[in-house]
Design a protein around this ligand. Sequence first.
Ligand code: HQG
Length: 180
Amino acid sequence: MNTKELQRASRFLALVLRHAPDRAGIALDPQGWADVGDLLAGCRRAGHRLTPEDLRSIVETNEKRRFALSPDGARVRAQQGHSVEVDLELEAVDPPGLLFHGTVGRFLPAIRREGLRPMNRHHVHLSVDRGTARAVGARRGAPVVLTVDAARMHADGHPFGVSGNGVWLTGSVPPGYLLD
Ligand code: HQG
């Protein structure tokens, strides 16, 4: 596959492994893993002629490390960002004192009122640095970076997890923990 085909295949994999496994005619296990053989067959049926080496290359070169292969290479899953029900079995971990969330101005009134909600995903996504949060917000327009008092949230009993690709995840952020 050339670079362009790999990029298209990578986008298709994100769709299948996070949101719509039926688009490749496969099912995910409860932890979000897909059998590599089934997935590649499903990709072929959908017009993406991926070899196992193409898949490995996508997993290894993806700029956000969106996907992970199981240690034996037999299964693959998205590291975060799901809308389908999966249990990523994230360990509860102590977050850094502050975490950041990138959004856009038009969402601020609702965010100030309700706090950050996971919307279509399973978790609110938070970043350790402002730059990453700014880039996340910039997907939608002029970015606005919100600062989350993660230390106080954690002390108050809100669990946090961190995905294999370094995205901090929590169920929701009540408005009182937004510092800006
Ligand atoms: C906003 C990408 C109104 C929230 C990125 C965001 C990230 C509210 C949008 C990952 C709200 C949800 C996740 C409220 C939150 N009222 N709007 N109460 N609470 N929002 O895409 O964080 O490329 O589900 O600010 O890099 O933008 O997919 O979340 O704007 O890591 O790998 O509702 O997706 O990674 O949007 O992005 P999303 P996100 P990938």
